[in-house]
Design a binder for this molecule. Structure first.
Ligand code: CDP
Length: 806
């Protein structure tokens, strides 16, 4: 029974609905070491697979000899491309419309490419087998520098498509060219540049990095020969898509494939794609009839399964002498590595990079992106960002600072002058997006007041004078960034993956006692969905969040959805949850009207049930309604209380934020200290402020890593020189700065609860903020742009090149 002795506030608090800082329910198992990850799956007779990988970045594979490997105790099989050809699986389609070798077929195209798959009774035997496989390579010229990829005499990488004049996204200009993608009005943009008072031009590179989740990519495949059914436990951000892809590739009926994504230890985009390990483990299980486990190690994860960024963006802005922007022109050289395996919606070869006009009212813009092949790992995943949005934000936010420097204007003032104004929303950008809502001026001013921006600039001016007088060796940088994200892929009119529209889903089933289960097409990798999804339901239908169990990741039970990446869960599945809940509420209202003997229109919703308008004592709570739904529903009404919603959003959502960083750099050592980092985020309606804060902390920590040191770096022979955590920067609590978080609330007008995504915003806004702080510190010494990552050595080098170190 609903307890009517409680006050309205107490009833509301009991629900722990939207706006409540509800503690993460999943942490009960995680903090006790009781999570259930893929590597915890242990099946009787399970075999283990491991890869022979190429030491070369580009070489012909002359022979593979498995004889010695097959003699290693425990080794049962060595699978090569020749084996896979017998089942037509030597190559697999990529999400970007290209094809990719599963195992080296004739040649290798990047270091650590998969060459053979050794299957053994345990992991140690598999590793010994890997060491015993003899591969003869003939090295070929290596192409690492993207700027040399389209040279007439550049090495031919993709012999399989050398004569193809067209790729998945149109004509190819060269044997290493993948596509050219253009957006915007070139002529009008050129005209704006011709009559501009001021222009800037800079080549802004966003280096190659990697999502590096603490749990690497892995799977267990188990084929039941009797039932012809394949069960796959895997680290999948999008389990349903994996099931469909496996069905299409392996020609197995979709209902005979069961994909289960158990607990996942971080994804950040790395666990969206399909990798050779999944195919080889599945084939090995089908052939042996035994379960086969494949678990990547750290070096394999960093060097082979996906990468992020590697965008080289020649950026130009045209402006008036008063600082009003009049045009934007960007050319991107996009290094996609050996295969075009970028994880973007099908029609978007450069993701949503055309959000590059950012938060500013550019009347005209033109963007061209050239995708190219090099001897590097494939991938191009959205590392904690929505499909190339972080590259776009970095590009425009660095360029706005460069323009401010040229105009001798304050970078925050330049931004305020050019922001899209509140009355312009919904705003149509020059490159084709419709921004749903925003109030950029309020957010920027709040940020500036919070950090006492004017005082910081005065302190900086004084410090610069002191530096010039030789009284200090420290320089101070103030980084400002303002970003607009585009999240919630997506409306089916814009977005699909392999032809599947990018909707998402929710099924809610209330039980007779007023408790229930909710299942979604999304899959948390640490974002706290089990906590927050129940909060939406609690507010919508008045059932306490604690009484709703949230389940994701099992394709047999969850409704079809496109998964979790690109901060799409709240914009898309969050909306589906609200819509499913509203269907339940509508049925509940009919039941309440019948029981209270009034017309439905005479009822009003009151926190956790329906009340007769004007008769406060006549009330029926959702708990009682649930019982009635199973016990004595109105005549003619089906029993039960459940609903499903498949939500196709009308638009994306456009969260935004204002970030400010204060940094001191010692010019003699390059050592920096982040003195302050303030992050204001606006993600519309806030479901759980504590989880949002956690998302912002995590995203900022990754932004800090990327901007200040994290890089997948190749030497000229194609060796990865940062292939382990010894060299690839993953900050610990020791290096991580203290974060100050803040917010404004500008709801999305089209989302049922007004929420926008947030998980990736801090990565998108954080990277330019750190980089602008470093560049701002050095600017008074005469520099315009220093490339990321800004580690100690590069800072010291910059100081030396600018004459600050003797
Ligand atoms: O798709 P993903 O879960 O990575 O990102 P998201 O939709 O931004 O959600 C991340 C987490 O923040 C989820 O637990 C959301 O419920 C929560 N969130 C929130 O509490 N309020 C918002 N307006 C947006 C997200």
């Amino acid at each position: 029974m609903n307890d009517m002795s409680l006050t309205r506030e107490e009833r509301e608090a009991k629900l722990e609905g939207m706006g409540c800082k509800r503690k993460r329910v999943e942490d009960i198992r995680f903090t006790q070491g009781k999570g259930n990850y893929v590597d915890d799956v242990k099946l009787p007779g399970m075999l283990h697979g491991d890869f022979v990988r190429s030491p070369h970045a580009h070489a012909r594979v002359k022979s593979i000899n498995s004889e010695k490997a097959l003699k290693v105790p425990g080794v049962l099989a060595v699978i090569t491309a020749e084996t896979l050809k017998t089942v037509n699986l030597a190559w697999m389609p990529t999400l970007a419309g290209d094809v990719q070798m599963v195992l080296a077929d004739g040649k290798v195209l990047f270091q650590n490419q998969e060459v053979a798959f050794v299957v053994a009774t345990d992991r140690y035997a598999a590793d010994d087998g890997v060491a015993a496989v003899e591969v003869e390579y003939e090295p070929l010229p290596v192409l690492v520098d993207p700027f040399k990829a389209l040279d007439p005499d550049a090495p031919l990488l993709r012999e399989d498509i050398k004569d193809k004049k067209d790729g998945a996204h149109g004509p190819r200009k060269h044997h290493n060219h993948i596509f050219e993608w253009t957006v915007g009005d070139r002529e009008l943009t050129d005209a704006a540049f011709n009559k501009a008072d001021v222009t800037i031009k800079e080549m802004i590179s966003y280096h190659r990095t990697h999502p590096s989740p603490l749990e690497t990519c892995q799977c267990v495949c188990s084929f039941d020969k009797v039932k012809s059914e394949l069960t796959i436990w895997g680290t999948f951000q999008a389990p349903h898509v994996i099931r469909t892809v496996v069905s299409l590739i392996a020609k197995l009926p979709e209902q005979k494939i069961h994909v289960i994504a158990p607990d996942i230890g971080g994804g950040f985009g790395n666990k969206v794609g399909a990798y050779p390990g999944y195919i080889c483990a599945a084939v090995a299980s089908i052939v042996t009839g035994k379960p086969v486990k494949w678990v990547e190690d750290r070096i394999e994860n960093l060097t082979a399964t996906s990468f992020a960024r590697d965008y080289h963006m020649t950026t130009e802005i045209a402006a008036t002498k008063e600082g009003k922007v009049t045009g934007l022109r960007v050319h991107v050289l996009a290094d996609h590595g050996a295969f075009d395996a970028c994880a973007d919606p099908s029609k978007w070869p450069a993701g949503f990079f055309n959000i590059v006009t950012g938060s500013y009212d550019f009347p005209v813009a033109y963007l061209a992106v050239d995708g190219i092949y090099t001897n590097k790992a494939p991938g191009g995943v959205a590392y904690r960002c929505s499909f190339r949005v972080t590259e776009a934000a970095y590009c425009i936010e660095r360029a706005m600072d460069i323009l401010a420097q040229k105009l001798d204007m304050d970078p925050a003032e330049l931004r305020l002058k050019n922001f899209v104004k509140p009355e312009q929303f919904p705003y149509h950008s020059a490159l084709g997006w419709e921004y749903d809502s925003g109030d950029y001026h309020t957010a920027m001013r709040k940020a500036m007041e919070s950090v006492k921006y004017a005082e910081l600039r005065q302190e900086q001016a004084a410090k610069r004078e002191a530096f010039k007088r030789g009284e200090t060796r420290e320089i101070m940088g103030i980084g400002v960034s303002f970003f607009t994200e585009i999240v919630g892929a997506g409306p089916s009119k814009n977005c699909d993956i392999l032809g599947i529209a990018m909707f998402d889903s929710c099924e809610i089933r209330l039980h007779p006692t007023g408790a229930g289960i909710a299942r979604m097409g999304t899959k948390s990798q640490g974002q706290g969905h089990e906590t927050t999804w129940a909060q939406i339901i609690a507010t919508e239908i008045g059932i306490p969040a604690d009484n709703i169990m949230v389940e994701e990741g099992n394709t047999d039970t969850a409704p079809y959805g496109l998964g979790t990446y690109g901060s799409r869960s709240t914009p898309v599945a969050g909306a589906a949850i609200a819509m499913a809940a509203r269907k339940i509420k509508a049925k509940a209202q009919m039941i309440a009207a019948y029981k209270l003997e009034v017309h439905e229109d005479d009822l009003e919703w009151d926190i956790d049930g329906f009340r007769v308008k004007g008769l406060p004592e006549k009330f029926l709570g959702m708990k009682d309604i649930s019982w009635i739904a199973y016990n004595s529903p109105p005549p003619g009404m089906e029993p039960g209380l459940e609903a499903v919603s498949y939500y196709d959003p009308p638009n994306m959502t456009y969260p935004f934020g204002a970030y400010i960083c204060v940094m001191d750099i010692d010019v003699d050592t390059g050592v920096y200290k982040v003195r302050r980092f303030y992050a204001l985020d606006d993600c519309g309606t806030r479901i759980n402020p504590m989880i949002i804060e956690g998302q912002v902390h995590g995203g900022l920590t990754e932004a800090f890593a990327i901007a200040m040191g994290q890089e997948i770096h190749y030497d000229e022979t194609g060796n990865v020189t940062t292939g382990s955590f010894m060299d690839f920067f993953v900050p610990t609590a020791v290096e991580t700065p203290k974060w100050e978080t803040d917010y404004t609330v500008t709801p999305s007008p089209h989302h049922p609860i007004g929420a926008k995504g947030v998980g990736e915003s801090p990565n998108v806004g954080g990277v330019p903020c750190f980089s602008n702080a470093v560049n701002d510190a050095f600017s008074f010494l005469g520099s315009t742009h220093i490339q990321m990552p800004h580690d100690y050595w590069r800072n010291w080098k910059a100081a030396r090149e600018l004459g600050a170190v003797g």
